[in-house]
Design a protein around this ligand. Structure first.
Ligand code: GLU
Length: 315
């Protein structure tokens, strides 16, 4: 497969990967819309994957709601839903393969949970200092009263890739990233491992998501290298934000779909509004994703894109 993921032999497979921790908001809908347009404009398919690794924050009611929301918006998927809660065996197998390579070590640091099952966000990346990497046997035994998380060791390599929206992006792993969590101390596999294993297993070769996850991509590409998995093409799209660039939050029901529907009146009007705000169309008019397809081109859309797009009616 090529870096673009779009060879004749390999049709484009994109994905929706919502975490069912709240109702979708404008930013989630926007990223999902672009992901759908990118795949469909190349004759591709979409997989729906429910990212419910975080069992405590994931709620069954949102799993249903998210699917109904996607359907109402005309964001149809071709495969799935696949659930991460069904995938422990596959994650354990990947974990074992990394362990065989001597790259994993237990980490007893209590802040481990901060890094783990939820996706880290831009500006919040913590570079692990390597505290537990060389624990002596005595220290390890002393710490063993606690259940450890597990980290994968990184080296000094630089991971560089061409993002279809952001251009070239690179990280020197030991300096910019540090050893990162693969499994949390509560036993849950971490986002970075799960997403890599699932993208490969589901044949995903086109990843379109918010730019807040750009800084996670080198970690994911590193794991793909270690596990011998192909690299999807990546496109990290701007974040939609509220006034003063405040992040939209699912938990606070910020710009949630029900609020958007009440405000704009119909799913077509919501899609049309988001498309206009985000610069996909020159003028706002109700539209289905299907109707946006004919004028969509990632290249045109990419030029001059900011990292953040404010939703004007929130200010
Ligand atoms: N599940 C993540 C979220 O809803 C997306 C992860 C990804 O696209 O890799 O923010």
């Amino acid at each position: 497969m090529t870096e673009s993921g779009a060879t004749e032999a390999a049709p484009v497979v994109g994905r929706f990967a919502p975490s069912p921790t709240g109702r979708m908001h404008a930013g989630n809908i926007y990223a999902a819309l672009i992901a759908w347009l990118v795949a469909k404009s190349q004759g591709g398919r979409m997989v729906l994957r429910i990212e419910d690794l975080d069992r405590e924050r994931s709620k069954a009611a949102y799993i249903d709601q998210i699917q109904r929301d996607f359907e109402a918006l005309g964001l149809f998927w071709d495969e799935g839903p696949c659930f991460q809660h069904d995938r422990d065996e596959a994650y354990a197998e990947a974990f074992a393969r990394l362990e065989t390579q001597g790259l994993l070590y237990p980490c007893f640091c209590t802040r481990a949970d901060l890094h783990a099952a939820s996706a880290p966000h831009r500006g919040e990346k913590l570079v692990y200092a390597g505290t537990c990497r060389h624990l002596s046997e005595v220290e390890a035994r002393r710490a063993a009263g606690r259940t450890p998380g597990w980290r994968v060791a990184v080296d000094g390599r630089t991971i560089a890739f061409e993002d279809l929206v952001q251009g070239t992006y690179s990280q020197k792993l030991d300096r910019d990233c540090g050893d990162f969590l693969i499994r949390r101390s509560d036993g849950a596999f971490a986002y970075q491992l799960a997403v890599v294993v699932d993208d490969a297993a589901q044949g995903v070769n086109s990843v379109v998501r918010g730019v807040d996850l750009l800084c996670s991509t080198p970690q994911q590409r590193y794991l793909q290298d270690l596990l011998g998995l192909p690299h999807p093409a990546y496109a990290h799209v701007p974040l939609l934000v509220a006034e003063q660039n405040r992040r939209l939050s699912k938990r606070d029901r910020d710009a949630a779909l029900d609020e958007l529907l009440a405000r704009f009146g119909s799913p077509r009007a919501v899609i049309g509004h988001i498309a206009a705000v985000a610069g996909l169309v020159p003028e706002e008019a109700p539209a289905t994703p299907e109707e946006l397809l004919k004028d969509f081109s990632l290249e045109r859309f990419r030029d001059g894109l900011p990292d953040l797009v404010q939703i004007p009616w929130r200010s």
